[in-house]
Design a binder for this molecule. Structure first.
Ligand code: DGY
Length: 333
């Protein structure tokens, strides 16, 4: 059985797969595959392990042919996969949920503190040889203790960030989410709010929602107008949740005070307007980049593959739950 892995991942996952003689790995370890190279490499495989930038479209799935049983993404997000089409064709889509919760939340927390304390700007200042004397008014920012954190998308990651902010900095927590979370509300004294209430009352707004039709450009010009002028925006979720052009305008005109982005609308392209601004921190989609998370993601990916190819059962971290009770039936008919 053939498995295509499109990028190098931690060895822990490869070691699991090597325990099974029947699994033959086509392990690509260089630069990302172009769509054409991916279309070629995926032909005839039983399972594919893509990463976030690999677009697993309907066309790519068709290129795989009838053998494809599983798309086991090395990520928790799966918006790069045409899951609807995969489901229609009886192909399992699996991901790596849960393992990166703390890591992504820690990154969001770091970005919040870096924004408040102007860490990136101060670092650039030192490197550029500008530190000539101590300045009583230099790099002053807000203290975060007791401020209000607004979390959009109160799932595992959002709640973990809220927990760190509550217990570390005694921050007030507001959240928006389609679901209510009474337990977290009780534990963190968090309050569910409308989007407008959250935007108007938060000192920091942090995005932790999925990308879907409802969240695409959720934060744009109107939303920035509703935020406090000294507020910060943090995005470690998905780039297209924010209208980047509107964000650049808001930052340039002081509508909000700053932003930190780990994800971008058209990754890996970063708008030149954003690159030119001092009050935005940019990181290259690294929120889950801890050894612990990435190694565990590799293990979970391998477990998904073993479940399907060796165990002949649905993968344990199944995304398209509609296929839970179905036999694996890859069919392009
Ligand atoms: C994910 O897993 O969805 C992150 O964005 C990358 O690790």
């Amino acid at each position: 059985m053939r498995v295509l892995i499109t990028r190098e991942i931690p060895q822990a996952g490869i070691n699991i797969l090597h325990q099974y003689r029947g699994i033959e790995i086509d392990y690509r370890q260089g630069k990302p595959l172009t769509p054409a190279a991916l279309a070629k490499a995926i032909k005839g495989v039983d399972a594919v392990v893509p990463v976030i930038p690999d677009q697993i479209t309907k066309e790519i799935i068709k290129e795989a042919g009838r053998s494809l049983k599983l798309i086991a993404t090395y990520s928790v997000g799966f918006d790069h996969i045409d899951t609807e089409w995969a489901t229609k064709k009886g192909i399992y889509v699996a991901n790596t949920p849960g393992d990166l919760t703390e890591s992504v939340a820690e990154h969001a927390f770091s970005l919040m503190m870096a924004l408040a304390r102007k860490i990136s700007e101060a670092d650039r200042f030192c490197r550029e040889g500008n530190y000539k004397y101590w300045d009583p008014l230099g790099f002053i920012g807000p203290k975060m203790m007791g401020k209000t954190l607004g979390i959009i998308g109160f799932g595992r990651i959002g709640q973990h960030f809220a927990k760190m902010a509550k217990y570390g900095l005694d921050m007030e927590i507001l959240y928006t989410d389609p679901a209510s979370h009474p337990e977290a509300e009780m534990l963190l004294n968090a309050k569910k709010a409308s989007l407008d209430e959250l935007l108007g009352n938060s000192d920091v707004v942090s995005l932790h929602c999925n990308l879907c039709d409802n969240t695409r450009h959720l934060i744009g010009e109107n939303e920035f107008q509703k935020m406090k002028p000294l507020a910060f925006l943090i995005n470690t979720a998905r780039g297209p949740v924010v209208n980047e052009a509107a964000l650049a305008t808001a930052l340039e005109n002081g509508i909000i005070a700053g932003a930190a982005l780990d994800v971008f609308e058209k990754e890996p392209v970063i708008k030149k307007e954003l690159l030119a601004l001092q009050n935005v921190i940019l990181t290259p989609h690294i929120a889950s980049a801890t050894w612990e998370a990435r190694i565990q993601m590799a293990r979970m990916t391998a477990e998904n593959i073993v479940d399907v190819l060796i165990g002949q059962k649905p993968p344990r971290y199944l995304v398209n739950k509609e296929l839970q009770s179905k036999e694996c039936i890859s069919s392009l008919a």
